[in-house]
Design a protein around this ligand. Sequence first.
Ligand code: UDP
Length: 254
Amino acid sequence: MSFDDSDVPEPRMPYAAPGLPYPRILVKVSGEALMGPEPFGLHPPTVAAIARDLVAARALGCEVAVVVGGGNILRGARVAGEDLDRATADHMGMLATVMNGLALEQAIEKAGAPARTLSAVPMPTVCEPYARQPALRHLRRGRIVLLAGGTGNPYFTTDTGAVLRAAELDCDAVLKATNVDGVYTADPKTDPSATRYDRLTHDQALAYDLKVMDAAAFALAREAALPIIVFSIREPGAIVRAATGSGRVTVVAP
Ligand code: UDP
């Protein structure tokens, strides 16, 4: 089944600005980032601000894919227990990411750019099922592609999904949006002696057991030689700065 109307090959980056360090980016937006100051769910002004930032990155000439998390609604590992097995809980978590994807899709379209949600858990009456070729075509046509449903499998996270999609969609970097301005030796919120890294290798990130992404995500990024740019999404314009290689970030790269 195809959701696209053409199989004519198109050149990459038809409207690219020259000199971009990462012409095709994959932005990982956690569910918590969409929650803003709320304790749960979506905070529409925050969703709108993130959408504007994604649209600004596209306006620079970046092709923009986004993997959305679901932690603002449900995390499988947290709700699994005696009454709910882990695989079912994770399926519920994946559905949460689709809700977030749809919210972000609409906010992006309101901000003036075309967007498509593609879900790894097929639900064709709601959004397109994920497949690599249609996703690539959307990117080449300047659509912001929201990749929901994580990897489509339980026991994974959307961080691993982000690296997986970045690798298969030939993205130049994963932009990992967090609440802090990079990777620290310890949690800077609880440990005042924590210091920040400007640059790390994937091996170091794994060896130091840094919690910014799970080990499966770092291991896959190492395998694919994919740079991961860790930055704070709290400031407006943060995605554009990370995409252009400026701003306060930690770069995890080979
Ligand atoms: N999930 C899953 N497989 C995946 C990605 C996500 O089962 O490939 C489920 C899992 O239960 C997870 C939830 O979806 O807790 C929400 O994703 P995640 O915790 O990664 O969201 P984030 O922390 O980015 O908001």
